[in-house]
Design a protein around this ligand. Structure first.
Ligand code: CAA
Length: 384
């Protein structure tokens, strides 16, 4: 299987554009978004107006039909200045994946244009209070009643839930069949019996609302089933193959943002009569931070190219990209705080935010432990 990727002139020009948008429109808001914990509708609007919420959707359905590498560059550059804001396009892609993977032509034509324009933000509902890493243990049910489905249950940890108007929902249609009894549905915010709870108070990505979602005899039309009944778990895993690598891109962006801040600081801060950046110990730390971040970026870009080529080893590479980049982001952010000394521990400098934001990349879209499990299974199969 080929391992490379090609960074074309189009990718590089796109990076300049998204860098400018991030610098001018998002970076100035980042500290405030984190401090208030309010969803940045202005940022969502900016992304929508620039066609960035439909980057991954085909032109036929109103998007730009950009490749996965372009998508990763976008998320990376936004995360470099504001991780909370980078969750917006990241979840827009995740939430639309079941529709992209399993939706009929008619369903895609009906729902994708509003997602592509950003009129609909779309969340992804798989986890539950008692079904996190063990996603197949979900208990939310969907029962067919005439020409409707009736959903009951509670979903948890739903990123962007209070901002979204549409939801991809995984629910049990055969509760005794484990992963083989899960189906995928498309739910609208105003569907009867559907509601969203209050936002969790979180360590990081504080401007991205994470809520529970409740289904109390929630009735949706029969044609909201995506793909085949009882095949939903496979669609959910296929979705992750395309989006775990995007969390990797987000982690690379956070790491790069922490390096940017630390480089500026050590060049300015003087101790013992010279900039602290003149000390070899500090230089070596920065050199390691940059090398590790660059290595993680290469793995993310290779995984992105694999997604576009449809390579057989995408599952392996997507998990490896997320694992490597998430761990690098966490280490780099810790070191960036260290390089700031006491100042890094305060909200006067952005690195404590990068540290808090980095942590989520080791947790969501499958913990690092789940990525290792996926990687090992790709290597060994299922030994018992
Ligand atoms: N592609 C296609 N099919 C796949 C697949 C893939 N990558 N991975 C698994 N499957 C299929 C399997 O082939 C199997 O189907 P068959 O029985 O027909 O062969 C079926 O799915 C079940 O697979 P497993 O037996 O491997 O399932 P499992 O119960 O052992 O679980 C798991 C596997 C990898 C641990 C999975 O449960 C998992 O990914 N857990 C983590 C959940 C997760 O990532 N949650 C994140 C929540 S969303 C989020 O965080 C988003 C956000 O906020 C931004």
């Amino acid at each position: 299987m080929p391992d490379g990727y090609e960074l074309t002139d189009e990718h590089l020009s796109f990076r300049e554009v998204i860098r400018e948008i991030s610098r001018d429109k998002i970076a100035p808001r980042a500290a405030e978004i984190d401090a208030t914990g309010e969803f940045p509708w202005d940022v969502a609007r900016t992304l929508a107006e620039n066609g960035l919420l439909g980057l991954h959707i085909s032109e036929e359905h109103g998007g730009s039909g950009a490749d996965t590498l372009t998508f990763c560059i976008m998320v990376e550059e936004i995360a470099r200045v504001c991780a909370s804001s980078s969750v917006i396009p990241l979840v827009q892609k995740l939430g639309s994946m079941p529709l992209l993977v399993a939706g009929s032509q008619e369903q895609k034509a009906r729902w994708l244009p509003a997602i592509a324009s950003g009129d609909d933000l779309v969340s992804y509902c798989i986890s539950e209070p008692d079904a996190g890493s063990d996603a197949a243990a979900m208990r939310t049910t969907a029962v067919r009643d005439g020409d409707q489905w009736v959903l009951n249950g509670t979903k948890a940890w739903i990123s962007m839930a209070s901002a979204s108007s549409a939801f991809s929902v995984l629910a049990k249609t055969d509760p005794d069949a484990g992963a083989k009894g899960v189906s995928a549905f498309y739910v609208r915010r105003d569907d009867p019996g559907f509601s969203v709870g209050r936002a969790e108070s979180k360590l990081g990505i504080r401007g991205s609302p994470t809520c529970q979602a409740y289904f109390a005899d929630c009735r949706i039309p029969a044609d909201r089933l995506l793909g085949d009944r009882n095949r939903g778990f496979t669609y959910a895993m296929q979705a992750f193959d395309h989006t775990r690598l995007v969390v990797g891109a987000q982690a690379v962006g956070i790491a790069q943002g922490a390096i940017d801040a630390a480089s500026t600081y050590v060049a300015e801060r003087r101790q013992f009569g010279k900039p602290v950046g003149a000390f070899q110990g500090v230089q070596f730390m920065l050199a390691d931070m940059m090398t590790e971040t660059s290595a993680a970026r290469q793995l993310v870009y290779v995984a992105a190219a694999k997604a576009d080529r449809g390579d057989d080893d995408l599952t392996l590479y997507s998990s490896m990209a997320k694992l490597k980049a998430g761990d690098v982001a966490m280490r780099v952010a810790v070191d960036a705080v260290q390089l700031h000394g006491g100042y890094g521990y305060t909200t006067d400098y952005p690195v404590e935010r990068y540290l808090r934001d980095a942590k989520i990349t080791q947790i969501y879209e499958g913990t690092q432990e789940i990525q290792r499990l996926v990687i090992a299974r790709q290597l060994l199969g299922r030994l018992s």
